[in-house]
Design a protein around this ligand. Structure first.
Ligand code: SAM
Length: 245
């Protein structure tokens, strides 16, 4: 199965880096706080970060008391930045697709993946490999683009009023799973759509117990300062799931 490595594309990489450097991006406001709120106590734990990117989360897990963190990513450019900006003696960065984690010898107490699973074609296999890499009672916690976003397969995402305000989401092909191509900094960025039931049933069928899900929404205070985020009430951008072995 061919794996896409779009983050090594220099134009994509520069666009993505600039986006993440903006303080008020949706990751910082919604996804990261929700993800970190679901973390178990990391004191003395071994953590695997799948699709670790710039390694910022790996540093956070160390600051939360993790004994050791292994960050893996398919993109060498992302890992170069991680090694420069988020270097720590207890963090190991490995250039590897998450589909191949069975090659890692270690076992882990916690596996975390932030906004990377929607790039994976064979979700069931990745989930199975994570299950095998976790110690008993281990936690898998991940965020991904919400299935209401990943289903998009073309045309305008929104129906707008005469002033250009978003009225509602144009939803189509939710039930058609599989590859989607989109334009994000460059053409032909591949992501994979799976329905909620496929995601949840894959986790259950592998043996995980679902503990919590979050679809982050803006608080009143966020809306007061950034009213543009009211669109999240039509469609949340992210899905977060915490499961236990
Ligand atoms: C949106 S970025 C998120 C980076 C980081 N987790 C964060 O939240 O800051 C997605 C990351 O997943 C990585 N990725 C995509 N497909 C992957 C795969 N099959 N195996 C490992 N990493 C992958 C990309 O290279 C990229 O660094």
């Amino acid at each position: 199965m061919a794996k896409q490595n779009i983050y090594d594309n220099p134009i994509f990489f520069d666009g993505y880096k600039k986006l993440r450097e903006k303080e008020k991006n949706a990751n910082n406001i919604f996804e990261k706080p929700a993800l970190f709120s679901l973390l178990p106590n990391l004191s003395g734990k071994r953590v695997l970060d799948l699709g670790c990117g710039f390694g910022e989360h790996c540093m956070y897990y160390i600051a939360q008391g993790a004994d050791a963190v292994v960050g893996i990513d398919i993109s060498e450019k992302m890992l170069q930045a991680a090694r420069e900006e988020n270097n720590h003696p207890n963090i190991t960065y490995i250039n590897m697709p998450m589909e191949d984690i069975s090659q890692i010898d270690d076992k882990f107490d916690v596996a975390v993946s932030s906004l990377a699973f929607h790039y994976v074609e064979d979700f069931a296999n990745v989930v199975k490999n994570i299950y095998e890499k976790l110690n008993d009672n281990g936690v898998l916690l991940f965020s991904q683009e919400n299935p209401l976003c990943t289903c998009h397969s073309g045309g305008d995402r929104w129906t707008r009023d005469e002033n250009g305000e978003k009225k509602y989401l144009n939803l189509a092909d939710y039930g058609v799973e599989g590859e989607r191509e989109s334009v994000w900094f460059v053409d032909n960025v591949k992501k994979y759509h799976r329905t909620f039931s496929t995601i949840i049933n894959t986790l259950i069928d592998t043996g995980f117990v679902i503990e919590k899900m979050i679809e982050p929404l803006p608080t009143k205070e966020i809306l007061r300062n950034m009213p543009e985020f009211k669109d999240l009430y039509h469609k949340p951008d992210f899905l977060l799931v915490k499961v236990r072995k």
